[in-house]
Design a protein around this ligand. Structure first.
Ligand code: MG
Length: 177
């Protein structure tokens, strides 16, 4: 797999530190956001106040779809309902990093890929997937180290690619707000 496909456009310490104004100025009008370890801790439904405030502000001017590789669709629904945003649970053939799920999310938002950014904590599922769809990619640090065993395996690949990106000077500096 080409290294450039794993390259995020921005690396940010946490979701609420993503600069919404800068995204808007760049022409971004839609956000596809990962759920677990990006919005909430794995399996949790609690959104930290500062993150909730960020999401509520974002929902005022961006189309938002939460895109999650999850079989727990009801938890996703409750969170998305609370925020008043679109949601899409993908599993099997359309799971991230596959293109189908991203394509479905774009259709839900009636969004063009040039005007859409993906924000997620996994280099393989979120960034690689979004990159292949031509989306603007923002990689955030995971909220917690607790995660699904499949995710833990994906982190091994993530570490290899992160190291290679770093060695080639392709990894943007981390924005800490
Ligand atoms: Mg995640």
């Amino acid at each position: 797999m080409r290294l450039e496909l794993f390259k995020p456009d921005e690396v940010v310490a946490s979701l609420e530190l993503v600069d919404q104004d800068a995204l808007y100025q760049r022409g971004i009008r839609n956000l596809i956001i990962d759920l677990d370890n990006t919005i909430v801790a794995w399996r949790s439904e609690e959104i930290e106040p500062k993150r909730l405030a960020w999401l509520q502000r974002a929902a005022e001017r961006f189309g938002i779809c939460i895109l999650s590789n999850t079989i727990f669709g009801q938890r996703l629904n409750r969170i998305a309902d609370r925020l008043g945003v679109e949601r899409l649970a993908v599993w099997h053939f359309d799971r991230k990093p596959r293109r189908y799920g991203f394509g479905k999310a774009l259709r839900l938002l009636k969004a063009r890929h040039q005007e859409t950014a993906m924000i997620g904590d996994q280099l393989v599922a979120d960034i690689l997937g979004a990159r292949r769809m031509g989306l603007y990619c923002i990689w955030v640090s995971p909220i917690s180290s607790e995660e699904f065993f499949v995710t833990k395996l994906a982190r091994i690949i993530e570490r290899i690619y992160t190291k290679r990106l770093h060695q080639r000077g392709l990894l943007p500096e981390v924005q800490n707000g």
